[in-house]
Design a protein around this ligand. Structure first.
Ligand SMILES: [Mn+2]
Length: 290
């Protein structure tokens, strides 16, 4: 199936799917690696009662070094503010890349309908209580994971550029998109172990807090599985993959791979906007994990 050119999809009049809750994290707005264009496309096609921004939405570390911002980054902020204005309860949980917001937590800040919280307990429609937190609080358990140290580093940015070339080659060969960095992460034994330790630590925290599960981000690795009697869910990221966690009306949780679902090409230019015919929207929902 051909990839949908993103600028077409953005100008199309989309079918909006309503969810009870949507969780997104690790958008890293302000960096070149951020797929703000894909996230804007996602936000345009969903509505929800509650939106959890589970950390690292704006990359503040980079703010001090290099800074990248384009119209898609604006679009993401605009769409989030619009959702808040239209009645979505938006909860912003700071991560380690937007930790400047953590200083403001004691103020119980609420800006334009967006509530700033250190973490949250979300109750699903079927009565499960989930701890919502970014997850960097547990970095100590994965301290020796080299890939985590790379997140937010220049080497990491370089790997994303290599990833683009890798996929350009894959596309020429007629192969579907595959995140090289995500694949490498899976291949490297140490990284697999680190991810495992992170997941176990987060699940243990959920148990300690006597809740049914945890929703986090941080390690850019979407996952939903049961660990020792509690549910571990990682909503992934919008850098290496484009994933979100959604809760349906009846409380069912589902991980959505947006690039896969919309067949968006990661190679689509981020800078070309508008000027095209109204595109067709492929709104078919293909669940990644049920
Ligand atoms: Mn993080």
């Amino acid at each position: 199936m051909d990839a949908i050119p993103l600028d077409q999809s953005l100008t199309a009049s989309p079918t909006v799917t309503h969810y009870r809750t949507v969780f997104v994290s690790d958008v890293h707005l302000g960096t070149r690696g951020s797929r703000a264009d894909f996230l804007a496309d996602f936000l345009l096609r969903i509505s929800c009662d509650t939106l959890y921004l589970v950390g690292d939405i704006i990359d503040g570390w980079r703010l001090r070094r290099s800074w990248y911002w384009d119209s898609h980054h604006d679009e993401v902020l605009r769409l989030i503010l619009k959702m808040a204005r239209k009645g979505t309860d938006v909860v912003y949980i700071p991560g380690n890349h937007d930790e400047m917001f953590r200083n403001w937590l004691p103020m119980r800040l609420e800006i334009a309908g967006i509530r700033l919280c250190e973490n949250a307990i979300h109750e699903t429609a079927d009565g499960r209580r989930l701890l919502v937190m970014h997850g960097d609080e547990f970095d100590s358990v994965v301290r020796y994971a080299p890939f985590l140290a790379l997140l937010g580093d220049r080497a990491y940015e370089a790997s994303l550029i290599i990833n683009r070339w890798f996929n350009l080659a894959r596309r020429r060969l007629g192969l579907p998109y595959r995140s090289l960095s995500a694949w490498l992460k899976r291949q490297v034994k140490g990284a697999v172990k680190a991810i495992d330790r992170f997941e176990i630590a987060l699940a243990a925290e959920a148990r300690r807090r006597a809740v049914d599960g945890v929703v986090c981000g941080h390690i850019h690795h979407a996952e939903m599985r049961e660990i020792g009697g509690v549910l571990y869910v990682n909503d992934g990221d919008w850098v290496e993959s484009c994933t979100a966690l959604v809760e349906h009306a009846e409380g069912r949780l589902e991980l959505i791979d947006w690039a896969e679902q919309r067949r968006l090409s990661f190679l689509a230019s981020r800078d070309r906007r508008g000027g095209r015919d109204r595109g067709h929207a492929d709104d078919a929902a293909l669940p990644v994990t049920a």
